[in-house]
Design a protein around this ligand. Structure first.
Ligand code: F6R
Length: 608
């Protein structure tokens, strides 16, 4: 949710911290701050608001020094304000800390300290005061000891970057249930909550594991466990390039990422379709899959919607109970989980706290975990038995677009292979499906080339205050996703309904102020959804239909229609969704919103 960056080296820390924070601003953007060690003491500048507010303050007050930490915040404890911004310090300003996560017992810990030393409402500040309390000035080991002692006191989740006035050449990072990577450079080293912050400077990283502590100077990085044993870490080479973290001429990352989808789908196909051993690669042989009698699919938000589609497609597997769950609800669902259970965890970031928690419940109960993840080396990927990487590159816009399409691709390739392996389809049908998958990039391109048509339709509905998205089966899941996009970036009240449910209540809301978006791709149920659209039309609702099945019946009831190309019907929802992505984008754009940084939201929700 928030973003952390830290630097130690021979260069000026401030510009490196600011460039890192720019890359991280999508993680949280209500305030930001940096602390730089000037050789004698720690200087801090922080500001409520977007990063440019901090930059404005720094333009007349540059911080000089080669060691520093920075933070971009998404408020949890205490309103966005200068004092609540990170870094937080001990009252003597010896220790400065930036923190992602939540310290659950901070109030209790605060009670045992003098109240007058606190200046903010945050949970983080208590960490700085406690480190200072336990730190016996002297050697760096004393500081490490103090930090380790604090870790035994705090409950919750954290990624921390810490500097101390006594050590102008030492940077410390520590994590639990919140990501932290260490970037390895030449005569310089980095800490970041997210690779994007440091990819301009290095591609060699260590991923810290829970309760590991990293001590960095410009030449060395040493990682310890909580008992101060040195841990040997493997260097991981990041293959994201710098351009993939830039806007590349688009007004917003979201639009760039929408337009990246043909390439990402194509990449996924090249990586996984020609591979006859896809199931072996993820350790799901025929024998293995037959062993499972339950498959749970978990994810949050957009990832959950991909999971709903995956689950519906996997329901065709014989003798297995399949269900998609919102990861945040999974633990309350009293599901039977044992060694005959397969849990599929879907997450773009690989760090979503609820999804990680569901994964851990499954592991604890001996289930097998297969994850569908974008970020290589993320916690969910590392804790899973097997991973399908969607390889979508960094997704910077808060609203997820390309990751969703890539998650669907992962399910499509998975189910095609499972259907074949379990003889649900013939070899010939399998090859036909593969052929259709190969056509998807060009079909997505066809839709993207109609950007202006979709933009014009969006313009027509800018004054709309309420939108219903309806569909049945797979189309309903796309309705959920389309509606989520509109809420997130255009702040329009919208609701997705299974079309058949409308007349059980919500149809009472339909009048001439309501736009109803119908998704009609599944041939066998199209007539039924069409009837539901007719019911809305007779109550004066405005109808926008996204369909692969155009005919006069559809035209007659629709105020607007967008026709998507026809393909295998299980792949059509992916195409319909591209239309809804652009529609939501152009509504938000027409209303003048900051699309990449929607209010109240942050990328990667690392608190439960
Ligand atoms: C919506 C969106 C969120 C995420 C959700 C899960 O546009 O981005 O709903 O899909 O927070 O995030 P990941 O996939 O990182 O687990």
């Amino acid at each position: 949710m928030c973003g952390i960056v830290g630097y130690i080296g021979l260069s000026d820390a401030q510009p490196i911290l600011l460039s890192g924070l720019e890359k991280l601003e999508y993680r949280g953007y209500d305030s930001a701050g940096i602390a730089v060690h000037n050789g004698k003491k720690i200087d801090i500048v922080k500001s409520k608001g977007r990063l440019y507010e901090l930059k404005k303050k720094l333009s007349s007050n540059n911080l000089k020094g080669n060691l520093g930490i920075g933070h971009t915040r998404w408020a949890t404890h205490g309103i966005p304000s200068d004092v609540n911004s990170h870094p937080h310090t001990s009252n003597n300003c010896k220790i400065a800390v930036v923190h992602n996560g939540i310290i659950e017992n901070y109030l209790e810990l605060k009670k045992n300290l003098s109240q007058s030393i606190f200046s903010s409402d945050t949970d983080t500040e208590v960490i700085a005061h406690l480190i200072n309390k336990y730190y016996v000035p002297g050697k760096i080991e004393n500081l490490i000891d103090a930090i380790l002692k604090v870790l035994t006191k705090i409950n919750g989740s954290y990624a921390l970057a810490i500097i101390c006035e006594d050590f102008p050449d030492k940077l410390i990072g520590v994590r639990k249930d919140n990501p932290l990577v260490i970037g390895l450079g030449e005569n310089e080293n980095f800490i970041a909550s997210d690779i994007t912050a440091i990819v301009n400077y290095t591609r060699d990283v260590y991923f810290l594991d829970d309760e590991q502590i990293a001590l960095l100077d410009s030449k060395n990085v040493t990682v310890f466990d909580k008992n101060k044993n040195v841990v040997k870490k493997d260097v991981f080479k990041v293959d994201w390039n710098v351009e993939s973290t830039q806007k590349g001429g688009y007004d917003f990352y979201m639009l760039k990422e929408i337009f990246e989808q043909p390439k990402i789908i194509n990449d996924f196909i090249s990586l996984n379709l020609s591979d006859n051993n896809f199931l072996d690669k993820i350790n799901l042989s025929n024998k293995q899959i037959k062993k499972f009698n339950r498959i749970y699919i978990v994810g949050c938000g957009t990832a959950y919607h991909a999971g709903l589609i995956g689950a519906r497609l996997m329901e065709r597997l014989p003798n297995v109970f399949v269900r998609a769950h919102m990861a945040s609800e999974f633990r309350y669902s009293n599901q039977i989980i044992d060694e005959k259970t397969l849990l599929i965890a879907i997450s773009q970031s690989g760090e979503t706290a609820d999804t990680l928690a569901a994964l851990r419940i499954a592991k604890k109960n001996n289930a097998r975990v297969l994850s569908i993840v974008n970020v290589v080396g993320s916690s969910i990927a590392r804790e899973s038995d097997n991973v399908i990487y969607i390889a979508a590159g960094p997704e910077i816009a808060v609203a997820s677009t390309k990751a969703f399409s890539a998650q669907l691709m992962a399910f499509y390739v998975l189910v095609c292979n499972l259907y074949r392996s379990l003889e649900i389809i013939s070899e010939q049908q399998f090859l036909q499906m593969q052929e259709k998958l190969r056509e998807l990039p060009s079909l997505v391109n066809q839709i993207l080339s109609c950007e202006n048509e979709i933009k014009d339709k969006a313009q027509k509905y800018l004054s709309c205050k309420n939108v219903f998205y309806i569909g049945r089966s797979l189309d309903y899941f796309i309705a959920l996703e389309g509606s989520l996009k509109l809420k997130e970036i255009a702040y329009l009240y919208s609701q997705a309904y299974a079309a058949g449910e409308l007349k059980h209540g919500p149809i009472a809301l339909i009048d001439d102020t309501i736009l109803v978006i119908g998704i009609l791709t599944q041939e066998n149920i199209i007539e039924k959804t069409l009837s539901n659209l007719k019911e809305c039309k007779s109550r004066s609702g405005k109808i926008f239909t996204v369909t692969s099945q155009i005919d006069n019946k559809v035209k007659n009831i629709s105020d607007d229609v967008f026709v998507i190309p026809k393909t295998h019907e299980i792949f059509e929802p992916l195409l319909a969704n591209i239309v809804l992505q652009l529609f939501a984008y152009y509504i938000a754009n027409g209303l003048g919103y900051d699309i990449d940084k929607p209010r109240n939201l942050a990328k990667s929700v690392t608190v439960e």
